[in-house]
Each structure stands twice: as C-alpha cells, then as structure tokens.
Design a binder for this molecule. Structure first.
Ligand code: HEC
Ligand code: HEC
Length: 188
C-alpha cells in the first residue's frame, strides 16, 4: 500500500513538473542575476524522493536522476553489490522502487535543459556509469586545475558536485552558485 501511494505521488509530481517547466538555470550571468533574487531555477529535475535521498545520498550526494540516461541508471542499479568498489545493495523491492523513480526522472525523460545537454553529448547507445564521464560534464570542468579538485582536501574528486555547487541538491548548477572550498567564487 505504502509503495502504491509513493508511486502515485511520484507520478503526480512528475505531471505537475511537466506542466511547469520551461526554464532552467542559465549559462548567462545576466539571467542568473535575476534568478539570484529568488529561488535558483533548476537546470535539472530536483530530487524529491525521500527514500532515494536516504539510500543513495549517504555516501555522496543523491545525484539528480536527470544527469544520466535511463540505460545508465539501469546498469548502476543492477550492479549495486559492486558499486565503484563499495557494496550498496538494496532489498529487491526497494531497488525496484528506486529504479522506477530514476527511470521516470532520467535524462531521456526529463524536460530540463541540462538533461537535454547530457543526451546530446552521448551516442544513442552509450551508457556511462558516471556523471563525471559524460562528455558534457567533462567539457564544463576541463579548465579547472586538478589542485582545486583532486588536490583539494575539501573536494576530493569531481564526483562531489555539492562541494562546489551550493545548490546542486535543488538541481541548480548555475555559475552564480559555485564556491570552490578554499578558493571562493568562480569567475571563469
Ligand atoms: C556505501 C556507499 C555508497 C552508497 C550507499 C551509494 N554509493 Fe554511489 N558511489 C559510491 C562511491 C564510493 C562512488 C565513487 C565515488 C568516486 O569515485 O569519487 C559512487 C559513485 C556513484 C556514481 C557516479 C558518480 C560520478 O563520478 O559521476 C553514481 C551515479 C552513483 N554512485 C549512484 C548511486 C546510487 C543510485 C545509489 C543508491 C542506489 C548509490 N550511488 C549509493 C558509494 C556509494
Ligand atoms: C571543484 C569544484 C566542482 C565540482 C566538484 C563540480 N563542479 Fe561543476 N563546475 C565547477 C566550476 C568552477 C564550473 C564552471 C567552469 C567554467 O566556467 O569554466 C562548473 C560548471 C558546471 C556546469 C556548467 C554550469 C553552467 O553554467 O553551464 C555543470 C552542469 C556542472 N558544473 C555540473 C557538475 C556536476 C553534475 C558535478 C558532479 C558530478 C560537478 N559539476 C562537480 C566546479 C565544480
């Protein structure tokens, strides 16, 4: 019963979002100035699933589903017993629920601008296991020196999006909301 309710809530949230969404966080700082006055606009579907945040947000941030295609999430969820060297296995029922959630909000399904960029940067069959392997994400970070990422104790690796992107949990990766620990604002 609980599962059905949660599923229905996910679907209705999706319908609501689908109607609302037209904007995304923008690359242009002019737009960001306006956005800074209120809530940051998500450029990718914000995560709104408590079970997902609890289960998949304990070792790293709960990555937005809209940053990978469905085929990547399927691969990740089928291999949780050996998840980047860790065991992140879930009960089969919970795994199914979270997989359903990820697929419904994946980059191929979500109408957000960063999800579209993710999809455009891949061929139709590529299924990377990492967001940090996406050509789009690699390209966006290729000018950041390693000493600010892997050489920065407060960051550790590019996989820790929320170390630098203050509003990552809200689906916003706009340049206005970047603070690199120990460095501060990023001026490009
Ligand atoms: C026991 C700890 C743990 C749990 C729980 C966990 N992960 Fe991970 N995850 C890791 C580690 C470790 C990495 C590799 C991080 C790195 O290379 O810096 C990782 C990496 C990832 C990446 C790739 C990040 C990148 O580099 O782009 C994704 C996607 C991911 N996890 C999804 C999930 C999902 C979905 C769940 C929930 C089903 C989950 N994780 C639960 C430990 C965990
Ligand atoms: C070390 C800090 C750091 C980490 C960790 C990091 N980023 Fe970034 N990110 C930046 C900086 C700085 C820029 C701007 C780069 C530039 O303009 O040259 C950026 C740019 C971006 C952009 C483009 C922003 C725009 O305005 O178009 C996206 C999307 C993005 N990052 C997503 C991610 C995701 C997803 C992760 C985690 C998988 C991540 N980042 C991890 C620092 C970081």
């Amino acid at each position: 019963m609980k599962r059905k309710t949660a599923y229905a809530a996910t679907i209705s949230a999706l319908v609501l979002l689908g109607c609302q969404v037209s904007l995304g966080d923008d690359d242009s700082s002019d737009d960001d100035k306006h956005y800074a006055l209120w809530q940051p606009q998500p450029g990718v579907d914000p995560v709104q699933n408590a079970a997902y945040v609890e289960e998949c947000g304990s070792c790293h941030m709960a990555y937005p589903a809209g940053l990978l295609p469905a085929r990547s999430w399927e691969k990740i969820m089928l291999g949780l017993d050996d998840h980047f060297g860790d065991n992140a296995e879930l009960e089969p029922q919970l795994n199914r629920e979270l997989t359903d959630f990820l697929l419904v909000h994946s980059a191929d399904a979500a109408p957000y601008r960063r999800s579209r960029k993710v999809m455009h940067s891949l061929t139709t069959t590529e299924a990377p296991m990492r967001i940090t392997e996406l050509p789009y994400i690699r390209h966006e970070h290729d000018e950041i020196p390693d000493r600010l990422v892997t050489g920065n104790k407060q960051v550790g690796s590019l996989s820790n999006c929320d170390a630098c992107h203050q509003q990552a949990a809200r689906g916003s990766f706009s340049e206005r909301q970047i603070r690199i620990p120990g460095v501060g604002r990023w001026d490009g």
